[in-house]
Write a new protein. Sequence first.
Lengths: 456, 1040
Amino acid sequence: MKKVLYRHLFSKVLGLTLLLFSSSFYAQEETEAAADVATEETADATGGDPVKGKQLFNQNCAACHSLDRKMTGPALANVETRLADDEGLDKEWIYAWIKNSPGVIASGDAYAGKIYAEYNQAAMTPFPTLSNEDIDDILAYTAAPPSTPAQTAVATPAGGEGSGGSTSGISNEMILGALALVFGLLVIMLILVNKTLRRIAEANGVVLEKEKEKRLPIWKAFVQNQFLVLVTVVFLLLGSAYFAYGYLMQVGVDQGYAPVQPIHFSHKIHAGDNNVDCKYCHSSARVSKTSGIPSLNVCMNCHKSIYEYTGNPEGPSAEDLAAGHTNEFYTGEIKKLYKAVGWDEENQGYTGETQPVEWVRIHQLPDFAYFNHSQHVSVAGVECQTCHGPIEEMEIVEQFAPLTMGWCINCHRETNVKVQGNAYYEAIHEELSKKYGVEELTAAMMGGLECGKCHY
Amino acid sequence: MASNKKYWKSEAELNPNDSIVEALRNNEFTEEIPVDEFLGDKENLSASNTSRRDFLKYVGFSTAAATVAACEGPVHKSIPYVVQPDNIVPGVANYYATTIADGFDFASILVKTREGRPIKIENNADAKVNGGANARVQASVLTLYDSKRVQGPMANGEPVEWKVLDATMKAKLNALKGSNKQVVLLTQTYASPSTTKLIAEFKAAYGDNVSHVVYDAISEDAALNAYNKAYGERALADYDFEKAELIVSFGADFLGDWQGGGYDTGYAKGRVPKNGKMSRHVQLESNMSLTGANADKRYPMTPTQQKIALAKLYGKLNGSSVGGGTSDVDEAVDKVAAEIKKAGSKAVVVSGLNDENAQTVVLAINKLLASEAFDSEKPKYVRQGDAAKVSKLIADMNAGRVGALIMDGVNPAYTLPNADEFLSGLGQVDVSVDFAYTHDETAQASSYVAAASHYLESWGDAEFKKGEYSLMQPAIRELFDTKQFQTALLTWMGVEKTYYEYIKETWSTDILQGGSWNKALQDGVFAAPTMVMDAVEVETVQTDAEEEQSGIVPIASAIRSLVNATSPGTELVFYSKVGMGDGRQANNPWLQEFPDPISRVSWDNYVTVSKADAESWGLENTIEADGGVNGSYVNLTVDGTVLESVPVIVQPGQAVGTVGLSFGYGKKAGMQEEMATGVNAYTLYSNFSDVQSVTVEKAGGEHEFACIQSHKTLMGRGDIIKETTLEIFNTKSHAEWNPMPHVTLNHQEIPVTSPDADLWEEFDRSVGHHFNLSIDLNACTGCGACVIACHAENNVPVVGKREMRRSRDMHWLRIDRYYSSEETFELDNEKKEGMEGLFGDKGALGGFGEMEDPSANPQVAFQPVMCQHCNHAPCETVCPVAATSHGRQGQNHMAYNRCVGTRYCANNCPYKVRRFNWFLYNNNDEFDFNMNNDLGKMVINPDVNVRSRGVMEKCSMCIQMTQKTILDAKRDGRVIKDGEFQTACSAACSSGAMVFGDINDHDSKVAELKEDDRMYHLLEHVGTKPNVFYHVKVRNTNEA
């Protein structure tokens, strides 16, 4: 709860700052608008649309090329002018190359051969579907990339969101404050009324009788009443037994366990922001008992080209900033991956020096319990989130479910087995439905509560 | 009620003045407890650093530390691959087809690997020859993780690099090139086309003075020579016992290791009665072998008698009269001859006599009969050892004529009877290299030890039988800095090729003939196209013809020498145990703990003596109060060589005048201390003859055996192992030979399976799967492959000799062996039925006592017993914590984490199949076996729990396997086919005795078997309704 309160405080501060500086934002927007005009002009000159070009570039080229950085292929900023100036190659050559690079190489073109040799003799994928206009667009983009209009476009709603967040924060605070104020006023009024009444009483000559009748102190009375003592003791014992039991039952239950990992891998960014399917990385969950911690080569499928974290266009949120999760921080984590897998960014190649990552295991079933992911993921079609929680929102993964036997059993009692379209279940479903007189069968009815199904 | 009786504890109490009595009245012990020795010594006490206060501090701190430490769970690390191999998915097993050819065991197998670690051996169903893994092959996966392995090359006891070793050998070989000193390769049998070719090339590279000597520790020289003379090739004739209606064996343990083994599959197929027919098996032998135990008729005979009988049999079949010889075998010979004549070409005769004449005669008889089961055209190559060459090599070594000796897969310093001579010869050799797996006797004496790879780390190929090839591929990278022999040879020849490339080349040029290499590698086996076979056939026909022209004279002389064999007194007959073989896997705890199928003794070898001889020599086996079996010791003397203190087992069925002793034990070097058990029989194996004239002399002391079945006979309880004869089986209704037990209800006899006779209400099991296991006692040969398979699959711990002796074995599956007390089990039953009263001739008191004694030549029956998974299980009702419960699929579940170890269930189990963890068997130095070291733990099956101390365990009917099959089907969305459900034991059973499946699938084989007339449940009258059922054993007693 505390954390939440702090977050609200932060957003409030942020909201205020945003309000203060909103004018400067508008100024910036103006300059960018001017820049947009400028790029449009250059685009007109090369005959391509850089906005369209950007889209095409991201779709087709970005996996291997970057504008200002050597990746699988060379950097492409101003490629057209560079080729024209340095190599004397015209646009036609570029068209030919993009549409059929192996053909150009085969034709014995000198520069093509050079590039081919320079990039580990890996020929560029031919793109025969791209038209000359498309290529023009891409070239326009490479010549002068439109500065991301998104930054400004999203900034406003983000700002709005920020202020929205802060208003809700303020309102809560204000309600609480107002309530406290009202309460304080009431107390003061009460004291005032009391004083006034006393004064009136004194004025009227009413003597306030102070009852000084000697009564037994309450604790003595309590001690003397043995029945009460007994009842209290019983309640105390029951109460402490209840809490002791509660404490003991949670020994070994690591719900909420969120250890610090050697590489700060954010499921929020991967599964949440970027919508990467869980089973893309945890592929063995489909076929194996373990979901499998992805091997580092799986990371490199994407991170060969994603070498830095650009994050939310509006920059890191206040929450992230508070935790130190800046863009640089995330980029640093990507570098940790490169180090572990032995990826040499300079030469775009593996060095062979690897350092396996020692992740801290979060979900740990005891050895005597058998659990199979594929049974639940592939056969039953259970969502990962059912047991692992809103993983796409977790910056640091924590254990969501208690992973106790009672938790397993409950689910087996309540969940219906997905029998549709599975030939294995056909006969057994028909007979069991008849036996139990129900249409839908729970896992328990299928024998999912038997000891030996999980303990062997 | 008060009593004036005085009880006295010892005689001394009767003397009132005895000082001890006086002392005992006041003190608990007569001797003072030496407290003063420590406390009285003030100096010592004050010198001690730990004061009372310190002690209390330590106690306080450790208690607090332990409490605090317990509050926080341990942090587990998970380390994924950096680059995950494509074919490895964590949690999913991969299977690879490979081949074991370690010089003694030859089989095409599948290896199950998990996360890259081989954890189990399975049979290769595609293999037509030797596709069944026996107990040793099953256990060989643990040998891979042997902690005593040589972990890198050594030179004179110091670690050395391969580079250095290779360079030295190259230089040495080049120096010897063209010299008058020999370079000798002394190796195991490979039966490998590529290795043969490679050695030929090696010879070509290093000159004429290179020779190759093949050495089998247990020689099949006679059979190889006999076949060589008859067919012009050193090989072994093959037999298909499935085609035989009559099998006559003269001492051939063909269900064991006779001529390389692998005959049990065909034999078992012919033994199951089908359409009223099954094969008949007559065994004439001296030791009680596994084969003899399975025979319908067994004649105990000394090897000398066997020879005479064989010669006379040939005479009878040939129509010629064979004179001479003793006449005590005539009766048996007459009967056997009559049977063979009746069976004609459906009969087959085999012999295990290591005598060239005998083997020649056997080949001649089979040819004479035109036996269908006899295959001389496509012989087997699994034994190639040449005893004469080995003897000559030792002579050459001692004469200093050998410059370099390269050894692989052999341990002559242990397996040779004249090991001393060999070792002195080894000293004369300039340079000796031993490709050794452990620091064994030979490795210790060699100048270089080349660390050899396990077969699961090696490439290779094999041709077990002409035209039947198989491939060996590594299932794991070398665990240590080891190399296989062939790779080293290639290096020394200066060939820049891996052995893998070499094999691939050899196969594509010589073997595949257009077939696919990848497919052969995937299948593990490859049968040469038949066209080649035709060519071979023509060739052999020619040799046959030649042989016939010139072969009459040798037969006559062979017969003469056989029939004139005279007994050299007591004959010592060597044999190899199912669990130990030639002893190359002696450091394998699974095999040490494996009880011998016949004697049920583990962790030992012993001399087997007949009852009559034991009495005359004063030898005995006694059963101690703790249930352990003890035995006398004897000294065995052969030709002046004495083997001292050999324990004795009195063996029913042992031929009088013979004693038996098994190879493979008594190895000391390169062994863990616990595993160095038994005596070395090879020291008496002179001239590679498995029959020796021996003097037996009783020695002092008693040996403690780890024998887990001290009770030998069935005591006439015919409902445990039901037996009948083929005649009765064919002619009478099953109610007579397989009666259902009845109980009385309201004075009415009702079958015990009737619901009215039941305490419980029947549970509906018609929905879903209902697993049953069928065990056919006719097909079961008692080989024990299932025992080891179960061991490997279910992480069964090894408990060691001491615990085995206390009957605390942990095997989930045991194979009970029973002897008949009379000649047959049927006579036992009759005797029991005929008992009247307590005393007298037919009295029960004396009668049962007699029935405890097995007959001198008993019938034998084997019965695998595991948890019977009773539908009405007595164990489940007595568990106070419901740790054992029943699943609707028929399995009796056992939740280890719930068990508190009351052992009520074990007490209440009528089958005695529950096993209690008396100790912690893993990570415990007291049980220093594979579960106590990191290497050995690699064999553990990750899908099955490793149990802790104080819990009960038992057969789970491999629920992890059935659940996996179900899951695979669910994931594919398909119905499960018959045969997909397996247990470790049923999958390992190459004889087809065990069939597992779902009886709710009415078309399944197991459902059909359950409806069979031969089906019965163990102790049916108890009413437990087991899910394991047996098939009545039928014996073919039809004599001609």
